[in-house]
Design a protein around this ligand. Structure first.
Ligand SMILES: [Zn+2]
Ligand SMILES: [Zn+2]
Length: 273
C-alpha cells in the first residue's frame, strides 16, 4: 500500500470533517492554503519577510523599501538593488557592490553566515513570543516549517549538523523546554540533517539579556559556554529563535571555532533591526 497517498487521503478527509483554520486570522483554510504554509494565503503574503540584510551578521540594511513586500526572493544580497545608498562605513547601510555591513567589514563576528528570513515584527514576533512564553512548544513545528520553506527557496547551503543555542539548566527547569532546541529538532527533521544536542553547554546562568547594552551583553556572556564533546565537525549551523545583537551566537561560534569547526552558520526565524 502507498502510505504517502493513504496519509494524504486521510488528511483530506480529516480536513473535510474538521476544517483547519489560519492560526493568525482564524479564517478557514482552503485546500491550496493548507498545502503551502501554515497560514492562509493573505496572512502569508503579509509576513515581514526580510529582504536585504548583511550576509555575515544578518543585520537588516537600512533601506526603506527592503521590507513589506511579499516576494520572498530577495534575501540573496548579491541581488541588492543598485538604488541602495553606498555607505560602507555606516554600520547598517547596504552598498550596491557589497553584501556585508560596515561593521562586519571592520570587525566580523566569529560566525560566517546568518540566515533569518523574517524581520522581528508582528505577526512573526507574536508567534515567537507564544512559542517562548506561552508554554506552546508545539508552535515550533509551524515556525520551523516556514523557516525551511524560505531556506530552500533561497538555496541556502546546508551544514553537516545543527545545534540549538543551549539553555542553562536553571532556565530550562523554569520554562520546561528550550524553544531553540524545539525549533532545531523540527528543522533537522524536515531537512534530514543530524541534530547534535551535546556539543555546547551553557555553564553559567545569565540574567535576561533584553534590557542590556551590547557591552553588557558581551561581558555577561563571556566564557559562559563550554564544549562538551568535539566530534570534529567542519560545518555547523546554530539555531536560535531570534537574533538581536548576535552576541550569544557569537560566543558559541568562538568556542566552536577554537575546537576545530571551520564554517559556522546562524539560522534564526527572525532578526531584530
Ligand atoms: Zn490568515
Ligand atoms: Zn554585518
Amino acid at each position: 500500500m502507498d502510505f504517502t497517498l493513504y496519509n494524504k487521503h486521510l488528511k483530506d478527509l480529516m480536513r473535510w470533517f474538521f476544517p483547519e483554520t489560519c492560526p493568525l486570522c482564524a479564517q478557514q483554510l482552503g485546500n491550496k492554503d493548507a498545502q503551502n504554509t501554515p497560514y492562509c494565503s493573505q496572512c502569508t503574503a503579509s509576513l515581514p519577510y526580510l529582504k536585504h540584510a548583511c550576509l555575515r551578521c544578518g543585520q537588516p540594511f537600512s533601506h526603506t523599501a527592503a521590507y513589506s513586500d511579499n516576494t520572498a526572493t530577495g534575501y540573496a544580497l548579491n541581488q541588492l538593488n543598485s538604488d541602495i545608498d553606498i555607505d560602507i562605513g555606516h554600520e547598517h547601510t547596504a552598498s550596491s557592490s557589497v553584501d556585508h555591513c560596515g561593521k562586519c567589514i571592520s570587525h566580523p563576528p566569529s560566525f560566517d553566515h546568518c540566515f533569518s528570513p523574517f524581520e522581528y515584527s508582528a505577526p512573526i514576533s507574536d508567534e515567537i513570543c507564544r512559542l517562548k512564553y506561552a508554554e506552546q512548544p508545539q508552535l515550533a513545528t509551524r515556525l520551523a516549517e516556514l523557516f525551511v520553506d524560505e531556506l530552500l527557496a533561497h538555496d541556502i547551503e546546508q551544514p553537516e549538523a545543527l545545534l540549538a543555542v543551549p539553555m542553562h539548566s536553571k532556565r530550562l527547569r523554569e520554562r520546561g523546554y528550550n524553544q531553540s532546541l524545539e525549533l532545531a529538532k523540527q528543522i533537522a527533521k524536515r531537512l534530514e540533517i543530524p541534530l547534535i544536542n551535546d556539543l555546547v553547554r551553557k555553564k553559567t546562568h545569565t540574567r535576561k539579556q533584553t534590557t542590556k547594552t551590547l557591552i553588557q551583553r558581551q561581558s555577561n556572556l563571556k566564557n559562559s559556554f563550554a564544549i562538551l564533546k568535539n566530534k570534529h565537525y567542519q560545518h555547523l549551523a546554530i539555531v536560535d529563535d531570534v537574533i538581536t545583537t548576535g552576541t550569544t551566537v557569537g560566543e558559541i561560534s568562538k568556542i566552536l571555532k577554537k575546537n576545530g569547526v571551520d564554517y559556522i552558520q546562524v539560522w534564526s526565524i527572525a532578526r531584530t533591526r
